[in-house]
Structure formats: C-alpha cells, structure tokens
Design a protein around this ligand. Structure first.
Ligand code: SAM
Length: 277
C-alpha cells in the first residue's frame, strides 16, 4: 500500500497532489477535525494572532483550499474594527450635528479601504467546496476565489500586504519558485507567513506523533473518506518537508528579511514569517 511519492518524478507529483485534493475536497473539513482532534483550528487561530492584521490589509491566501485562513483573517480584522469603534465611542466628546452629518457623508474621501482576502488554490474542487460553504452561510463578503498555482501566481507585482500559505507549501513541487512568487506579489513591507507541519523537537512526543500519524491517519482516511492512499500521501509529505531551520534558510535565500519561526505543539507545526523590504 506504499504510495511511493518519494520515487515519483516531479511532473507526476503535481498530478498526484491534484488527485489527492480532488478526492478529499468534500470531506476535507471533517477530516481535518478528525485527524487533528480539532487542534488545526487552534493552530489557524494562532496564525491570526501572530499576524495581528490591521484593518484595510489585503490578504493573499495561497493553497487556501476551503478558505479557513481567509475567513479567519476577515473575522479578525472585523472584530478589531468593532473594538476600535467601541473605544472611540467611549472616549468621544458629544459631536455637533455637523460632525454627525459629515460622518455619514458619502463623499468622504478618507474612507479606509476594506480588508479583502483572496483564496488562491490550484484545485477547483477545493475552492468550489469552500465557496459554497461560505455562500450558503451568507458570510462570503470580502472573499474571492481564484484558481492558481503557487509557482506561477495569476497576480501582478506588489499587490498584497500579507501572503499566507497554510498546510500548503509541502505540496508544492518547487518550493523555491513558490517563495519567489510570494516575494513578487507582496508589496514592499508586506509579510510572508507559512503555517506548516514541522519537526517535533521533543523526542518522546516525536515517537508518539510518528506512531499516531503513520498508523492512525491512513486508517482514519479509509474509515471516514474511504481513501487510504491520499492520507498516506499526507503523512509522507509531512515527513519529507525540511525542518524549521532548513525552511528558514530557504525563505532567506528567496530574499525575505527578518525571517523567524515559532513552534507550536512541540514543533508539530511551525509558523515561519518574513518581510519583503
Ligand atoms: N490552507 C487550507 C487549510 O489550511 O485548510 C488548505 C490546506 S490543504 C492541506 C493543501 C492545499 O494546497 C490543497 O487545497 C491543494 O489543492 C493546494 N495546493 C497544492 N499544490 C498547490 C499549488 N502548486 N498551488 C496552489 N495550491 C496548491
């Protein structure tokens, strides 16, 4: 039952990755919860806390899948805006009628730009499932869905304040190429952030984690999604991905500055961050 990803030629890898996510798209959200015992939600929330985006920030969420990061980003920005408004109201002097009417004026030139998030993924099926989820819940405002390859993004230079890639970069065939593209589409001063499975640093936890991932995840994949091989691929791709320090060097080599990383859950996942100057 070995999937043999280690031995497949590069051109094959992209095709197989496409097939894996096409197969899992419908069950993707359920499986994420089942496999991580819901912890992926905390990791994604943590990414937003580390990011702490300002309102108006424009996000590009690459390998965005069903939109988890983008949706959290918009929620975070909106809750920050609400907090700021409440603070402003608490500290405000009673305004004159003129001020009130000005504040409702549609000719106001200083209206801040709304934050928006672009979910970009190579897989149409993942995007379709995500888009449908948010549209049917009536919470899709501010989100857009774009089919595109991380290695060749369909966007102009210097467009985004933040680039995220969550549990996506290990699926990309040429990581250096994806990093170059991230650098290109970010505005100067923009931030690259990657959330990815990484190397567990604690040896006891490492053994438990290996046992869990190699024995349990394909089984869960079979039971819940009827798809052992796709989930075996996921585990193998995690094991093959460079460790924290190696990945940090790759981001620096691509031309990012102030590159740092943070480990979570003992290194099960890490967030890498860097800036375009
Ligand atoms: N970011 C989402 C999340 O955290 O839930 C989805 C992560 S999912 C594990 C990985 C995604 O990477 C899949 O949707 C897959 O289609 C996408 N992907 C794989 N290779 C890609 C590429 N070269 N360019 C863009 N997306 C890619």
């Amino acid at each position: 039952t070995h999937f043999g990803f280690e031995t497949v030629p590069e051109a094959e890898k992209a095709k197989r990755v496409y097939k894996v996510f096409e197969n899992v798209a419908q069950k993707y959200d359920v499986m994420n919860d089942a496999m991580s015992l819901g912890i992926h939600r905390l990791w994604k929330d943590t990414l937003l806390h580390v990011m702490n985006p300002q309102s108006g920030a424009q996000l590009l969420d690459v390998a965005g899948g069903t939109g988890d990061i983008s949706f959290r980003f918009l929620e975070y920005v909106r809750s920050q805006q609400e907090r700021q408004k409440r603070r402003a109201v608490r500290t405000m002097q009673t305004p004159s009628w003129q001020e009130i009417s000005n504040s409702y004026s549609t000719e106001d030139k200083d209206v801040p730009q709304e934050s928006r998030a672009v979910v970009c993924d190579i897989n149409k099926e993942m995007l379709r499932v995500g888009k449908q989820k948010y549209e049917s819940a009536g919470v899709s405002a501010g989100l857009s869905w774009v089919v595109g390859d991380a290695e060749e993004l369909p966007f102009d230079d210097d467009q985004f304040d933040i680039y995220t890639i969550a549990f996506g970069i290990r699926n990309v065939t040429h990581i250096d190429q994806a990093l170059q593209e991230a650098l290109r589409v970010l505005k100067p001063g923009g931030r690259f952030m990657c959330l990815e499975f990484s190397k567990v640093t604690n040896p006891v936890l490492a053994r438990l984690y290996d046992a869990y991932s190699f024995q349990m995840i394909p089984v869960l994949g079979e039971v819940i999604a009827g798809d052992w091989k796709s989930y075996q691929y996921l585990v193998e791709s995690i094991r093959k991905f460079p460790n924290q320090e190696e990945f940090k060097s790759m981001i620096e080599d691509a031309g990012f500055y102030c590159v740092q990383y943070y480990n979570f859950t003992g290194g099960v996942v890490a967030i890498h961050s860097g800036f375009k100057l």
